[in-house]
Design a protein around this ligand. Structure first.
Ligand SMILES: Cc1cc2nc3c(=O)[nH]c(=O)nc-3n(C[C@H](O)[C@H](O)[C@H](O)COP(=O)(O)OP(=O)(O)OC[C@H]3O[C@@H](n4cnc5c(N)ncnc54)[C@H](O)[C@@H]3O)c2cc1C
Length: 415
């Protein structure tokens, strides 16, 4: 029977960062995934390491926006009608957590992780020889109306109080940064401290390669085979059963498939999202990700082309893709940037693993010794992956954690 110090289940950006941090501390670690590292949700994001973000994505407070979403006319969000009854309790909690005072509270609670987001990725990327994927040019949020820009005032104020660099720009100044953008917007904010990634899959793979170089072992296997084989936990892999006293569950949106049968039912929902790459016309290019705020999509310059990522779709995780938001957003996208032909025949779909309070769960699993949880990073999984890796490794090895892990404990849902 093969035995190891720690098994990490899930080789997304979160699990791979955890495995790498544990291996750096000299532990024998096995990383188990049914596919390749970084091929799940971590494959398809907009590549923004947002360390300077303040407020999480919130339930719309504007009734006209809500009405457009309800009428299925908004590019910002889509939903499957049949899914609404199932997600309604979660949405109610999400709506409550989107009240202004609660957003400020969340901003404070997430800040210790956010504050380390960029620097922790920079360290791992340097060790993994992956610095070439990191772009230190920030990201740009565009506002087409004065109203939408004015609504950011509170966030900009709070950012200032956190000492975060953001630069409000008029249209011309924004176009000086990104000359290929058409002047169809009125305001912009340059969040200068953010870093973006030109190939999120390659970044996770580079971390996985560094993990392997440190002696870490990777196995193909189904995490749902995890069971007690006292005094160990056992998971079946393609190379045979694997035992360990400690297991980290970093399965992103799939974590409930394993945790439910073990009796751990935490209120995770998914916000599905899509991307598709496009060629740029002529010499048009972007030097950083650009958000078209009112339309809820992002242009993310990637090695594969200009990646357009959509906003949110509320639907069952495994329901067939319905990428209707592209139809709604493409006129605005083509107006803003000279897009050419799509690169792929079909959009990619992923599912952001989200708790309604916009905080991940990081720490021990309640009531199950040796089991650790690290999932539910929502819109910020790439951002917080490397910092989560450090925090989990510090907690598991008894080191002083770089921040208080209490706000991320699973017990906030169970007590
Ligand atoms: C359109 C879109 C845009 C986004 N943009 C950003 C962004 O710009 N910045 C940002 O910070 N975040 C962004 N996100 C969110 C971010 O991508 C996710 O939060 C993050 O990838 C989650 O990482 P993870 O490691 O927890 O999960 P995953 O990457 O999904 O990893 C989970 C792993 O578990 C494995 N797995 C699942 N079930 C099993 C099983 N039974 N057995 C074995 N293995 C299993 C999967 O194969 C997968 O590799 C975006 C998400 C989307 C969808």
């Amino acid at each position: 029977m093969a035995r190891t110090d720690i098994i990490v289940l899930g080789a997304g950006i979160v699990g791979t960062s955890i495995a790498l941090h544990l291996a750096k501390r000299g532990l024998a670690v096995a990383l188990v995934d049914r596919g390749g590292a970084g091929e799940g949700t971590s494959y398809g994001n907009a590549g923004i390491i947002e360390g300077n973000s303040i407020f999480p994505a919130a339930f719309p407070s504007d009734w006209s926006q809500l009405l457009r979403i309800a009428l299925k006319r908004s590019p910002v969000a889509n939903y499957h009608v049949t899914f609404l009854p199932r997600v309604a309790p979660w949405l109610m909690v999400f709506r409550a957590a989107s009240q202004p005072a609660r957003l400020v509270e969340t901003a404070h609670l997430i800040r210790p992780l956010m504050a380390r987001a960029v620097s922790e990725h920079e360290k791992l990327a340097a060790e993994a020889g992956a610095e070439r994927y990191l772009r230190h040019t920030g990201w740009l949020k565009l506002y087409r109306t004065d109203h939408a820009f004015a609504a950011q005032a509170r966030e900009l104020e709070l950012a200032k109080s956190f000492g975060i660099a953001n630069v409000p720009l008029d249209r011309d100044a924004a176009r000086a940064l990104e000359p290929s953008l058409a002047p169809v917007f009125r305001h912009a904010v340059h969040w200068a401290g953010a870093v973006s990634v030109s190939n999120p899959l390659a970044l996770t793979r580079a971390y996985a390669a560094r993990f392997a170089a440190l002696g870490g072992l990777t196995f193909a296997g189904d995490a749902r085979t995890l069971h007690r084989a006292r005094p160990y936990w056992r998971v079946d892999t393609a190379a045979g059963p694997l035992d360990s006293e400690n297991v980290v569950i970093a399965l992103g949106p799939w974590a409930p498939d394993l945790l439910g049968p073990l009796g751990i039912k935490l209120p995770l929902a998914v916000k599905r999202g899509y991307h598709r790459h496009f060629r740029a016309q002529g010499n048009a290019s972007l030097g950083r990700p650009v958000l078209d705020a009112e339309n809820g999509y992002c242009f993310a310059p990637m090695e594969q082309g200009i990646r357009i990522t959509t906003g949110v779709e509320l639907a069952a995780r495994d329901a067939p893709p319905t990428p209707v938001q592209f139809g709604r957003l493409m006129p605005a996208a083509r107006e803003l940037f000279p897009l050419g032909e799509p690169v792929e025949a079909q959009p990619w779909m992923g599912a952001r693993p989200c708790f309604a309070d916009s905080r991940p769960v990081i720490g021990r699993a309640p009531g199950l010794s040796g089991l650790w949880l690290a999932y539910g990073h929502g819109h910020w999984g790439l951002t917080l992956g490397a910092a989560t890796g450090r925090l989990v490794a510090e907690l598991m090895t008894g080191a002083t954690p770089f921040c208080d892990p209490a706000p991320y404990a699973a017990e906030r849902f169970t007590q």
